[in-house]
Write a new protein. Structure first.
Length: 50
């Protein structure tokens, strides 16, 4: 669920992860750690976790 939510937000509402985390008051490092635990990493060019 988290992966789908984050990628949807990045795709439809935010131009990058920094803006999304700031707007939603998220800790970027924590978010990336959680998604890395299921083998997903942020791809800046795609602006999504892959």
């Amino acid at each position: 669920m988290l992966l789908s939510f984050v990628n949807l937000k990045l795709r439809d509402y935010y131009s990058n992860i920094e803006i999304m985390c700031e707007d939603l008051d998220l800790d970027r490092q924590e978010l990336e750690r959680k998604l890395e635990s299921i083998d997903y990493r942020y791809d800046r060019e795609r602006n999504q976790f892959v």
